[in-house]
Design a protein around this ligand. Structure first.
Ligand code: HEM
Ligand code: HEM
Length: 197
C-alpha cells in the first residue's frame, strides 16, 4: 500500500524514508566519533610501547590526548542534539529483546565516550601532565596535581579500555548481524539512504 503511494508521489517517498534516518547532525557526529575512536585506540597501543624517556613519545601522547578530548566534546554536543531531536523508530521487524539490547548497548557506548576521556584527563592532570590540544592551546586544569588521583584515573582508563573493545566489537557485530543475517537495513539509518524494511 505504502509503495503505491510512494510511486505516485515521489516527494512523500523522500519524506518517509528521511524519517527512518538519524538527523544529518547526528550522522556526522556518529562517524566523526567512530573515526576518532578507530584512530585513538591503535594510537594508544602504539604509544604505550614507546620509550617514555624519548621526547618524541610525548608528542604521540599529546596527539592521543587531543583526539580523546575531541571525542569528549563531540559526545557532549551529540548527547544534547540526541536529547532534543530524538532517534528514528527502529524497523518493526526488530524483536523486542534486540531493541532492549540495542538501547543498553548504545547507552553503555555513550558512558564509555564520556568515561574514557574523563579518566584519561584525571590520569594526566593528576600526574601533572597538561594537554596541549593539537599544539594549539593548553587545556586548563580543573583538578589539582595529585599522584594518587592520577594513578586511580590511569587504572580506570586501563580497565575501561577493555569495556570499550567489547562494546565496539559487539556494536559492529550487531550491525553486521542485522544487515547480513536478519536482512534488516540498519546501516542506512546512519548513512545516506534509508528504505523501509
Ligand atoms: C575516547 C577517548 C579515549 C580512548 C578510547 C582512550 C584509549 C586508551 C587506551 C586503549 C589506552 C591503552 C590502555 C592500556 O592498554 O593500558 C590508553 C592509554 C592512555 N591514555 Fe587514553 N583514551 C582516550 C582518551 C584519553 C585522554 C583524553 C587522555 C588524557 C587527557 C588519555 C590519556 C592516556 C594516557 C596517559 C595513557 C597511557 C596510560 C599508561 O599506560 O600510563 N586518554 N588510552
Ligand atoms: C564500523 C563501525 C560502525 C558502524 C558500522 C556503526 C553503525 C551504526 C549504526 C547503523 C547505528 C544506528 C543503530 C540504530 O539504528 O539503532 C549506530 C548507532 C550508534 N553507534 Fe555506531 N557504528 C560504528 C562504530 C561506532 C563506534 C566506534 C562508536 C563509539 C564508540 C559508535 C557508537 C554508536 C552509538 C552510541 C549509537 C547510538 C546512536 C543513538 O541512538 O543515539 N558506533 N552505529
Amino acid at each position: 500500500m505504502s509503495s503505491s503511494i510512494r510511486s505516485v508521489d515521489p516527494s512523500k517517498s523522500a519524506l518517509s524514508s528521511h524519517a527512518l534516518r538519524y538527523s544529518l547532525g547526528l550522522r556526522v557526529l556518529h562517524w566523526l566519533t567512530a573515526l576518532s575512536m578507530f584512530i585513538v585506540i591503535p594510537l594508544a597501543w602504539y604509544m604505550t610501547e614507546l620509550d617514555r624517556h624519548n621526547p618524541v613519545t610525548e608528542g604521540w601522547f599529546n596527539l592521543h590526548k587531543s583526539i580523546g578530548l575531541t571525542v569528549f566534546l563531540l559526545t557532549l554536543i551529540r548527547v544534547f542534539t540526541r536529547l532534543s531531536s530524538g532517534a528514528p523508530p527502529l524497523p518493526e521487524r526488530i524483536p523486542t529483546f534486540e531493541r532492549l539490547l540495542a538501547r543498553i548497548g548504545h547507552r553503555l557506548l555513550y558512558v564509555i565516550l564520556f568515561a574514557m576521556p574523563i579518566s584519561g584527563y584525571v590520569n594526566s592532570y593528576g600526574g601533572g601532565h597538561p594537554v596541549n590540544w593539537f599544539w594549539l592551546f593548553r587545556i586548563p586544569a580543573v583538578i589539582p596535581v595529585d599522584h594518587w588521583l592520577g594513578h586511580l584515573g590511569g587504572q580506570i582508563h586501563g580497565l575501561l579500555a577493555w569495556a570499550t573493545y567489547v562494546l565496539i566489537a559487539g556494536h559492529v557485530l550487531a550491525v553486521i548481524y542485522h544487515q547480513l543475517i536478519q536482512r534488516v537495513d540498519i546501516l542506512s539509518r546512519m548513512t545516506v539512504s534509508a528504505r523501509r524494511n
